[in-house]
Design a binder for this molecule. Structure first.
Ligand SMILES: C[S@@+](CC[C@H](N)C(=O)[O-])C[C@H]1O[C@@H](n2cnc3c(N)ncnc32)[C@H](O)[C@@H]1O
Length: 430
């Protein structure tokens, strides 16, 4: 049922429709089977105001890349990103085309891009300016000829500020090209000339800075979303007996651009152009987004920082250098203790409550952390209830992670998280 039809009903009737929407959503999940496996029903038990709260917990392989491939435009690496199939699952079921879908911890922009590809209007927030730099260009991608033409216009041998420290990652000639490109972006930004083609080039370059194959600008290092320190890279070089090889930066940018654009046909391009221009992207703490109007969002799908599991500032230092972002000035939420995390998330829930339309949903993804000793969903329930939300169901996507399928860049379950757990919350009608 979309918003326009609901608006035609009286408030009471609309409430009945929403309740039956939740009931039919939960029933669909109960009846869901994948690969012959039925959904298993358990209970998540939390406490709010001294009272026990029991929330139905449904376990199955609800979304996986085996069920549906993700669009190539998503293939930008980012620490702790989720797979596009996760937001798609909720967006398809809980919104209609034209609805506004919000992610307050947007990261590489998985929710926003998937929403746009599904004809919904993306709204995204992240405290790190890098997030917008990674998302915005993919909402209005240039064509390959535009990309190639612009790369020809860049003065690759121009004098540019650089630092020799970075020679642990790059061949001197590659570092000269990277520095020329970086200087070009800074000049275009300062003069107000940075356009969508430049933004695309910057986004691709950020994603080619470091990695573990010849498709990246650097010598072999960690995956591109986890830049190691200069000292650690010097050690890797000694251990592997390697020196940074020469790379052709422009050629690698063209290669990655081709790969990102491979699924983008004319119809998808027109669809993105329609909704991408209405996107609202903000760089802010998630608990304070005054640019986003009250009761203007139809669905939230998000994944917050999990306690202090991921060091976003440390992992992104080299990307920050390239983009002119000082990671120390980005106040990322790093809560060491569960109580601190509860309070930080409650402040975010209060803001989400303000901007969400009555009766609409938040799908809040958390993982198992500290070896499964802390179940964040049990903290999410009271934190969200403290802001006025009603917990409806906890979905556990019990997918077998493989090394390549795992955005966390870890191959075992001890570090990071091994299941997606989504707490589905509803804002009641007034
Ligand atoms: C788990 S990641 C989200 C990844 C995202 N789902 C994706 O697919 O890329 C959490 C994000 O929260 C951001 N973040 C941390 N503290 C924040 C805050 N207080 N307000 C907004 N964003 C914050 C981090 O910069 C990081 O991008």
């Amino acid at each position: 049922m979309n918003r326009n039809r609901l608006a035609l009903l009286g408030e009471e009737a609309a409430e009945c429709v929403r309740q039956s929407e939740v009931a039919s959503f939960v029933e669909e999940l109960r009846g869901f089977t994948w690969d012959g496996k039925p959904t298993v029903e358990e209970t998540t038990t939390a406490a709010f105001d001294g009272q026990p709260i029991a929330v139905p917990q449904l376990v199955n392989e609800f979304w996986t890349s085996r069920q549906r491939a993700a669009h190539s435009l998503h293939e930008i690496s980012y620490r702790a990103c989720f797979k596009p199939q996760l937001p798609r699952f909720f967006i398809e079921r809980l919104t209609a085309p034209g609805d506004r879908v919000f992610d307050p911890f947007s990261g590489r922009g998985t929710t926003a891009l998937e929403a746009a590809l599904l004809g919904r209007l993306p709204v995204a927030c992240d405290i790190n300016p890098l997030s917008r730099m990674l998302l915005e260009p993919r909402l209005s991608p240039p064509s390959l000829p535009e990309i190639i033409e612009r790369l020809h216009e860049i003065a690759w041998s121009s004098e540019a500020d650089t630092t020799d420290d970075l020679l642990v990652f790059y061949h001197p000639d590659t570092l000269r090209q990277i520095s020329a490109l970086r200087g070009y972006f800074f000049r275009r930004e300062a003069s107000g000339d940075l356009d969508r083609i430049d933004r695309w080039l910057r986004m691709v370059a950020v994603n080619r800075l470091t990695g573990h194959s010849p498709g990246f600008f650097s010598v072999y290092t960690l995956p591109p979303n986890q830049a190691v320190s200069l000292d650690a890279q010097a050690k890797i070089n000694v251990q592997r007996g390697q020196t940074p090889p020469q790379r052709d930066v422009a050629r690698l940018i063209v290669g990655k651009s081709k790969s990102l654009l491979r699924d983008l046909d004319e119809q998808a391009r027109r669809g993105l152009a329609r909704v991408g221009s209405a996107a609202q992207l903000v760089t802010r703490p998630a608990a304070s987004t005054p640019e986003i109007s009250s009761e203007s969002v139809d669905l939230v799908v998000t994944s917050p920082p999990f306690l202090d599991v991921v060091d976003y500032a440390g992992d992104n230092w080299l990307r920050g250098w390239f983009c002119g972002i000082d990671p120390n000035k980005v106040q990322i939420t790093m809560a060491k203790r569960p109580e601190q995390w509860h309070d930080a998330m409650r402040d975010v829930f209060l803001e989400l409550f303000r901007i969400l339309r009555p009766g609409r949903f938040v799908a809040f993804e958390v993982g198992e952390v500290r070896g499964g000793k802390i179940r964040l969903e049990e903290i999410v329930v009271p934190s969200a209830m403290g802001a006025g939300f009603e917990p409806r169901v906890v979905l556990v996507n019990s997918q077998q992670f493989t090394k390549t399928a795992n955005c966390w860049g870890v191959a075992n379950n001890r570090k990071g998280t091994n299941t997606n757990r989504i707490v589905l919350l509803q804002k009641p009608n007034a």
